[in-house]
Design a protein around this ligand. Structure first.
Ligand SMILES: Cc1ncc(C[n+]2csc(CCOP(=O)(O)OP(=O)(O)O)c2C)c(N)n1
Ligand code: SF4
Length: 275
């Protein structure tokens, strides 16, 4: 019996990768490439768009079509690709800074358009690449290099944001749950419309070190203890929910995506011109 390795999507000779030991980005990439393989994706019709940051370095390793864009703008580039080449599978891989902090506006509008993209957001709760600064998803209490006595701001719930803005598919996972992440990614990749997988992930180098979880195992245990299957999370009293985040498929609906709406309008407009 053979198992998907995802290696056929990787450039030869690029390992070892640049991420710190214990970082969750490598595992997320492994899950994504295995998902591609199990779904039979071809390099030629798959585009991986990234932004900037540790997570944004992912495209360096790939043989698929890949586009390394600017910080916070990956979804804008991806929207252009999908709008004009709808036959391509477009996957956008971003950090929490890229997607919902500097890039928050693009995130809201990509979900609102329900454009047929798969967004994978690696939420490591801080700006990893630039030294562990506070981001829009840093928990309220957390210490970072720019909130040394604790964070006075409240954090974004990325999944709730995507749901409210209109995404067809919203899910959350964490490397603590192993290959479940790959199965969720497969669902997201096959879903028409805007789909989001948030991967809540360890950054032992900054977030862990700043918050008494210097060892990766401690960060993974902490994430594992906070993650609750959505069915169990819903049973919790409101006051206890703050200690946890729900994992699994949170939203799965079938609203028309951007290209379907656009094609309908174009057909109508063309018909009107002919008359
Ligand atoms: C417009 C712009 N602002 C700021 C930066 C500097 N910068 C590079 S990476 C980064 C943080 C990345 O954080 P995140 O998106 O969460 O990704 P991570 O490194 O944690 O994976 C910042 C602020 C930049 N490159 N471009
Ligand atoms: S700094 Fe953090 S996010 Fe960046 S590679 Fe290291 S552990 Fe990963």
């Amino acid at each position: 019996m053979t198992h998907a390795t995802g290696m056929k999507y990787m450039k030869p000779g690029v390992l070892p990768h640049m991420w710190c030991a214990g970082c969750g980005i490598g595992g997320m990439m492994g899950a994504l490439l295995r998902a591609f393989e199990e779904l039979g994706y071809r390099n030629t019709d798959t585009v991986v768009v990234t932004g900037i940051g540790c997570t944004g370095k992912l495209d360096d390793y790939l043989l698929t079509n890949a586009l390394h864009t600017t910080h916070g703008r990956a979804l804008a580039y991806a929207t252009g690709i999908k709008a004009f080449k709808p036959q391509l599978k477009v996957v956008v891989v971003m950090g929490d800074g890229d997607s919902v902090t500097i890039g928050g506006n693009h995130f809201i509008h990509a979900a609102r358009r329900n454009i047929d993209l798969t967004a994978i957001v690696l939420n490591n709760l801080n700006y990893g690449m630039t030294g562990g600064q506070v981001s829009g998803t840093t928990p309220e209490w957390a210490v970072t290099s720019t909130t040394v006595h604790g964070n006075p701001e409240r954090e974004f719930d990325i999944c709730a944001l995507a749901e409210t803005a209109g995404a067809n598919f919203v899910a959350r996972s964490t490397p603590y749950l192993g290959w479940e992440m790959k199965e969720i990614m497969k669902q997201a990749l096959e879903k028409r419309g805007f789909s989001l997988v948030e991967v809540v992930s360890p950054c032992p180098t900054h977030f862990g070190r700043n918050n008494d979880m210097k060892e990766t195992a401690a960060m993974l245990r902490w994430l594992g203890g906070r993650a609750l299957p959505i069915e169990d999370y819903r049973k919790l009293p409101q006051a206890e929910r703050k200690q946890h985040f729900p994992v699994g498929t949170l939203v799965d609906r079938d609203e028309p995506d951007f290209n379907t709406r656009y094609d309908t309008i174009r057909a109508r407009a063309t018909g009107m011109n002919v008359r």
